[in-house]
Design a protein around this ligand. Structure first.
Ligand SMILES: [Mg+2]
Length: 281
């Protein structure tokens, strides 16, 4: 499916992103826990995906829907906020986040409307996606499967087993998006477990590879719209961990840092400015 990103849609997504980012950070501040850094790096990718994919609250049980697996399940807070934004459940339900007995845990489960798989144990999402994509292909279905992994997560060997299977079964209905923020919980990914040359690695595993700015909606849409050329697709989305939080951008310790009151207020000012500026374009 091709979905065109015109100027008006791009503007609306930038505004949505500013609002969703801010709401997520406020919620993390209130609850006192969350994976703030990776939430912020994945925000634009998630918003672009839910705009692009053929999946919504009405067709979530349909056999023709597109599938999305958040393999980096620890980015649950932004995922919940995006699912609510796209109408899978009322935003008010998120008020229970962080409370005992809440359906919204620190990692997503299938109890939550819109969530296709329980994730959070890293390195599992791509294998799940490969299985769904293979099943759809064998049933001659046209729907697509999308998987979002972290970059640090690629140190899990199960990703590479899944990648080999994606190549073997020529899964040209599977898109892997890698949130390439070059950081993971314990530091720089290239120090902890080097991935480069990541594009060449993915190519050698039989993927069509695209490298983009993961905060630029035009580039994300262009990559999603590009043809598969008979192969599974890997989009290396270069992002900034903590994007949008002044004190948190590009800092590994913000993996699960909770923003303080001043940082939330600063973000409120910054996000408001983004919305004002985009409204004047
Ligand atoms: Mg990372």
């Amino acid at each position: 499916m091709i979905r065109k990103l015109d100027h008006e849609l791009e503007k609306s997504l930038i505004i949505k992103s500013a609002n969703v980012r801010l709401e997520t950070v406020k919620r993390i501040h209130k609850v006192g826990a969350g994976h703030t850094g990776g939430d912020m790096s994945a925000a634009d990718i998630l918003i672009a995906l839910y705009t692009y994919m053929n999946v919504n609250p009405e067709n979530i049980n349909s056999k023709t829907r597109d599938y999305f697996i958040l393999s980096k399940g620890h980015s649950a807070e932004i995922y919940y906020e995006v699912l609510a934004e796209f109408g899978f459940f009322e935003k008010k339900r998120l008020d229970s986040l962080g409370k005992l007995g809440s359906e919204f845990g620190g990692h997503p489960t299938k109890n939550i409307p819109g969530v296709e798989a329980n994730t959070g144990s890293l390195g599992h999402g791509l294998g799940i996606g490969v299985g769904i994509a293979l099943g759809l292909k064998r049933d001659k279905m046209k729907n697509q499967v999308f998987v979002l992994t972290g970059d640090g997560e690629l140190a899990e060997g199960s990703n590479w087993e899944a990648a080999m299977a994606a190549n073997k079964f020529e899964l040209d209905n599977l898109t892997l998006i890698i949130d390439r923020n070059y950081l993971q919980i314990s530091g720089k990914s290239e120090n902890v477990m080097p991935l480069e040359p990541l594009d060449k690695k993915m190519e050698s595993f039989g993927f069509k590879v695209l490298k983009i700015n993961g905060h630029d909606y035009r580039e994300i849409f262009e990559a999603l719209n590009s043809s598969f050329d008979g192969k599974p697709k890997a989009i290396i989305a270069e992002t900034i961990k903590g994007y949008g939080i002044r004190d948190g951008e590009g800092i590994a310790s913000w993996h699960h840092m909770v923003p303080n009151k001043e940082q939330v207020i600063q973000m409120e000012i910054d996000m408001k400015r983004i919305v004002e500026e985009i409204n004047n374009v």
